[in-house]
Design a binder for this molecule. Structure first.
Ligand SMILES: [Mn+2]
Length: 499
């Protein structure tokens, strides 16, 4: 079945994406240049954003309903504060491409730095106050357009828009008025507690962001609540529009996986395969990789987060690629393992078939009606892999599997963030609308404990699965994974268009 699906998709989708990217002559719709907003908009970027959409694929009414649903979850007399990400620097004044903070983006769709939002409950629903930079011709001459206050109000559905400089004082006065303030300190990352004082010292004491952290940190603990925990519960369930964007992101990554199999040759550097994958994703419209890709040949695959990607691929090796793009605000995450020369050896094929069999059995249990949690699925993955390995002649002692051969967890939720798991409850059964990865793997170290012909093989197969009531939907179906499909994609015998 997957061969058939793959054929159909590969014939139809690339043509569509080419038309989208290269439409010429009379097909080009009218649009203004440069844009008058600080981000893509229908009037300037009709090839990316449709009418009535705030960000690609997500409408204004969806953003408004997210804010209203959030306020409806919270107790009376609550306010919500969320701030934009700050620009990060590679060295000196050399900045990285900006990426908006996920929660702020989920609530507003606003893509400029130096902005913030405050939400308040009203009798009619929710009052949205957006804070942003507004127009600044001297800055815009260098950095490009910034959205003006009036346009921001209409495009993002804000009831009020104010200069970002006003944000600290407005926040201070409103936080005195409400009983609960749902917010997250921008210093509350894993290492944030230790680095906080250093950060304060290094950054300008007058910036809105520092004042924000100061105000939030000074709130009494009974008043201050975690916004991230509330939004995690909402973000875990994807709307139909989000599901469509995630399907597109997974399609782009899945097709790039198939073509990277075809592209790979022994003698090539792992970095060439990584570059090819990223090029294909960017060409299809992806804004950035969702994470640093893993392109691990041979024994490098035993390093779970191998990202050096700088060794030469040998003829008889397997390549493990864990790579996915971010597309229109949503991450994708796919792993495939394939033979460099297009044909699995006997042991490679046996071990691959074992992991694939477990992976497919696990995916078939990904539905709301199965009432399984991620923890339950992970336990299931251990027992399935143990049975498979025993059939291949492994004699496993207690702990061998979890400690040596399969040292990672089966799954994580995915969406705007690659790992949406910080507040995700792994012990609670999955429900419709969740998207999780299913990624069992086996990595055999060269020790006498394990059969010699499997030594130094590392295999992981990872799909993104959308949970439905009675069945799973595999979003990453464009990436081949059946043995015949993988070998076919490597050799180019499945309907891939020629280069
Ligand atoms: Mn993953």
């Amino acid at each position: 079945m997957s061969v058939l699906l793959f054929r159909q998709r590969s014939l139809v989708l690339p043509l569509q994406s080419l038309l989208r990217t290269y439409s010429t002559h009379s097909n080009i719709p009218d649009f203004s240049k440069p844009s008058t907003l600080g981000q893509p908009h229908f009037l300037s970027h009709p090839h990316i954003v449709r009418k009535n959409e705030v960000t690609p694929g997500i409408s204004l009414s969806e953003y408004k309903s997210r804010r209203a649903r959030l306020m409806a979850r919270l107790p009376e007399s609550s306010m919500v504060v969320s701030v934009a990400a700050s620009v990060k620097y590679m060295s000196g004044e050399i900045f990285y491409k900006f990426r908006q903070s996920s929660d702020f983006w989920y609530l507003t769709g606003f893509q400029e730095p130096e902005s913030a939002v405050i939400l308040e409950s009203t009798s009619g629903g929710c009052k949205t106050t957006l804070f942003c930079r507004g127009r600044d011709s001297s800055k815009e001459k260098w950095e490009g357009p910034q959205t003006d206050f009036e346009t921001a109000a209409s495009v993002f559905g804000a009831d009020d828009v104010q200069p970002i400089d006003e944000f600290p004082s407005v926040l201070k006065s409103l936080s005195g008025y409400y009983s609960y303030v749902y917010a997250d300190s921008t210093n509350s990352s894993k290492r944030g507690r230790q680095t906080k004082s250093i950060l304060r010292y290094l950054t300008s004491p007058s910036s809105s962001r520092n004042e924000y952290d100061g105000i939030i940190d000074a709130l009494p603990s009974a008043k201050r609540k975690s916004l991230a925990a509330e939004l995690a519960a909402m973000r875990a369930i994807k709307s139909e529009a989000e599901q469509r964007v995630m399907r597109e992101a997974a399609d782009i990554s899945g097709r790039a996986h198939a073509k990277s199999m075809r592209f790979t040759r022994s003698g090539m550097s792992e970095s060439a395969v990584a570059a090819h994958f990223e090029y294909l994703c960017a060409l299809a419209g992806s804004q950035r990789p969702a994470y640093v890709p893993v392109v691990a040949s041979g024994a490098n695959a035993l390093i779970i987060h191998y990202t050096a990607n700088d060794q030469i691929i040998r003829d008889d090796e397997l390549i493990l690629i864990d790579a996915g793009c971010e597309y229109n605000g949503y991450a994708s995450d796919i792993t495939r393992t394939y033979p460099a020369n297009g044909t699995f050896t006997g042991p490679q094929r046996d071990l691959y078939a074992a992991v694939l069999s477990a992976q497919k059995a696990l995916i078939s249990r990904c539905s709301e009606s199965a009432q399984l949690s991620l923890d339950a699925l992970h336990r299931e993955s251990c027992s399935l892999l143990r049975v498979e390995l025993n059939q291949l002649g492994f004699s496993l002692s207690a702990g061998d599997l979890e400690r040596e051969l399969y040292p990672h967890y089966l799954s994580h939720p995915i969406g705007i963030d690659l790992h949406e798991s910080k507040h995700f409850q792994r012990g609670v059964p999955l429900v419709s609308g969740m998207v999780v990865t299913i990624e069992p793997g086996i990595y055999v170290p060269p020790t006498p404990l394990f059969p010699k012909h499997f030594h130094n093989l590392g295999i992981r197969i990872e799909d993104e699965v959308l949970i439905q009531k009675d069945h799973p939907i595999i979003l990453s179906v464009a990436a081949p994974k059946e043995i015949a499909d993988v070998e076919g994609a490597c050799k180019g015998s499945i309907g891939l268009e020629p280069y």
